[in-house]
Design a protein around this ligand. Structure first.
Ligand code: C5P
Length: 233
């Protein structure tokens, strides 16, 4: 199975993003485009990055009625992205509809992964705001299993949860994990972090790394270090 480092391109606009990626002369890293960049630069940013040779994870976290998600996923699939995502809390029906929308006439489709519970949601918010009284770990694993049963390819989760997700959903079910930091870099606002090497040992399939690379003095060198630590090459 392909394992890779995905750079979170959390930039406000296209110019800044392209300028950042111009620093990569030897390789074409997998990149993540989030809501801020997609909504400011528009769908053409995906085409520009794909034309430059970057695999793209489009992190828009869809959540709507099944029919709307299905039709929107068809649009995203036509952009030739490599990974897209949605909220597992949108239900199994929504996840199945998403897969239908993503599948192209030739049968190919981008990978589809689910967000279980956002890491910004804690047990208190789960109970007080959402009236969900199960332990958060139970909810996360239940949503992961729903995603697996709906036919999805994996989930976004903490590297600390990757091993358990594989136990519950199988080794081939992908774990895409943010919250990665070098041993000598600062944690920023991430609460629970792991180094790329530990994330590999914990079973992460893709690590999503933002500021340790985007804010580095030499981003290409930081990326190469990350690949070396994560993939061991
Ligand atoms: O800069 P940093 O490495 O913290 O960036 C991590 C990326 O992963 C950001 O784009 C952030 O929005 C995303 N993410 C996260 N935690 C989650 C889900 C997504 O950090 N639970």
């Amino acid at each position: 199975m392909a394992k890779d480092v995905i750079i979170a391109c959390d930039f406000a606009g296209e110019e800044e993003t392209l300028k950042f990626l111009d620093q990569f002369t030897e390789e074409r890293p997998f990149v993540k485009i989030g809501m801020e960049l997609f909504y400011s630069a528009g769908p053409s940013i995906v085409k520009k990055l794909k034309d430059r040779g970057h695999p793209v994870f489009l992190d828009l976290k869809l959540h709507d009625i099944p029919n709307t998600v299905k039709k929107t996923m068809a649009v995203l699939s036509s952009l030739d992205v490599d990974i897209v995502n949605l909220h597992a809390s949108g239900t199994t029906a929504m996840m199945k509809a998403a897969l239908e929308g993503l599948t192209r006439p030739d049968g190919s489709r981008p990978l589809l992964i689910a967000v279980t519970q956002l890491t910004s949601t804690d047990q208190e918010a789960l109970e007080k705001d959402l009236l969900i009284y199960e332990p958060i770990e139970t909810v996360v694993m239940h949503y992961a299993l729903n995603a697996k049963n709906a036919g999805l390819d994996g989930v976004v989760c903490s590297p600390l949860e990757a091993g358990r997700v594989h136990e519950v959903c199988g080794e081939s079910f992908l774990t895409v994990t943010p919250g990665v930091r070098f041993a000598d870099s600062k944690a920023d606002d991430q609460k629970r972090v792991m180094t790329p090497e530990k994330a590999r040992e914990a079973g992460s399939d893709y690590i999503v790394v933002g500021r340790p690379i985007t804010q580095a003095e030499d981003p290409a060198a930081a990326y190469r270090r990350c690949v070396k630590e994560f993939l061991g090459r």
